[in-house]
Design a protein around this ligand. Structure first.
Ligand code: B4P
Length: 191
């Protein structure tokens, strides 16, 4: 089993690269952003709570997303490995994930951290907002809040995994295919 975290700020290419990695390696994709957007689409109570926060560029409470990941892990026994996309986003989420994987006698193998300048992140997200219908992509001040949340709460997650010597930084600017090749090379040397 090979478990990977695709890490980086909003708009760094996590969702984009996840699609390609899943197609190539057959990982089970767990994107907390996708799960939350699905809850919103289905009009659940959780979705309503999440929408309020996501529309303001804020993180959803740890207990909610940890519960979602616990359920997803239980629903997918016997997979070859998980690709965590957009999770963990706080140290509490990272600690909970490590414990959940430990219960299953497995662990995170590597954290691939995409590095993209703030200017490029804003450009990409505004551009996606033109067509995606995502309410958190259309407004530059909401995008700014998401980047701030990343800097205040999420960047520290890399330090958590650095202590375990599991973080590899990948330049996240350039063509989608170039970045995919860099990510694949790191996975291939470890799996
Ligand atoms: P997410 O769904 O995780 O989305 P994201 O971080 O905004 O974007 P991602 O990084 O996947 O996008 P990508 O670059 O692929 O989170 C949304 C919200 O959900 C959060 O703000 C939060 O409120 C909530 N949430 C999710 N998980 C949570 C958690 N664990 N805890 C608490 N709250 C949580 O795509 C961006 C654009 O860039 C696309 O248009 C793409 O085409 C383009 N792009 C990608 N690669 C490119 C390249 N190489 N060159 C040019 N453009 C590129």
């Amino acid at each position: 089993m090979f478990n990977l975290i695709l890490f980086g700020p909003p708009g760094s290419g996590k969702g984009t690269q996840s699609e390609k990695l899943i197609a190539s390696y057959g990982f089970k994709h767990l994107s907390t952003g996708d799960i939350l957007r699905n809850e919103i689409k289905n009009g659940t109570a959780l979705g309503l709570e999440a929408k309020n926060l996501m529309d303001r560029g804020q993180l959803v409470p740890d207990a909610v997303v940890i519960g979602m990941i616990r359920t997803a892990l239980e629903q997918n026994p016997g997979v070859n490995g998980f690709l965590f996309d957009g999770f963990p986003r706080t140290n509490a989420q990272a600690e909970a994930l490590d414990a959940l994987l430990d219960e299953k006698n497995t662990a995170i193998d590597v954290v691939l951290a995409l590095q993209v300048s703030k200017k490029e992140l804003i450009k990409r997200l505004l551009n996606r907002g033109l067509t995606s219908g995502r309410t958190d992509d259309v407004n530059e001040s909401v995008i700014g809040s998401r980047i701030e949340e990343y800097e205040r709460k999420t960047a520290a997650v890399a330090d958590h995994y650095k202590k375990l010597d599991k973080v590899v930084y990948i330049p996240g600017e350039g063509s989608v295919d170039q970045i995919f090749t860099s990510l694949s090379n790191e996975i291939d040397t470890r799996s």
